[in-house]
Ligand binder design. Sequence first.
Ligand code: IYR
Length: 230
Amino acid sequence: METKIPGFRALQEYQEYPEAEMRRRAADFAAELARRRTVRHFAERPVSREIIDDCLRAAGTAPSGANRQPWHFVLVSDPDTKRRIREGAEREERQFYADRAPEEWLAALAPLGTDENKPFLEAAPFLIAIFAQSYAIGPAGERLKNYYVTESVGIATGFLIAALHHAGLASLTHTPSPMGFLNDILGRPANERPFLLLVVGYPADDALVPEIGRKELEEIVSRVEGEGCV
Ligand code: IYR
């Protein structure tokens, strides 16, 4: 009989699979994620909010520094708010493409075919503005330090993108810079910094994607192997 350690309980959630099933699951998951493409042309077709809510639930399961869960998601489907976000983003992007971006950056973006026009911010049924809480506010209004905020919110965002794709939706990670206008439009407090704007919906019937590839496994992995490797 195990003695109970206060604040701890047995791990009940973990599930092990037979080896053959593990192999299949790992390969299937890799193949499914490999089919994900960032999309910039969205259909105006509506998407059920419950589906997005489940994807946000998945995002909220991400690990975080000291379990502070330093993220906040604003789900926007209101047309007027989408229009204001588009205006704010295009204002920044016009400056970015005209003056702020160095030549080297513009050259790196050329294969993606992006410019300062962001019609998808109004066409897509949902925008998800993701905020990172640099610090939390305690019960007495005091500042509580958060840890590894960027890493934590990055992981949650990765879960969200994977969940949306798994559900059969397309997304675009959009980062107009600077993004402070999102705090104003969405009424978010000073302890939250805009992290990323995710555009979500069905791809347009005539959506095009750039012909770009992914690095091969051996380009992104090196190995230091030992006995534990079977
Ligand atoms: N934020 C700009 C520019 C841009 C930057 C990167 I890095 C990209 O991968 C894509 C675009 C825009 O959205 O156009």
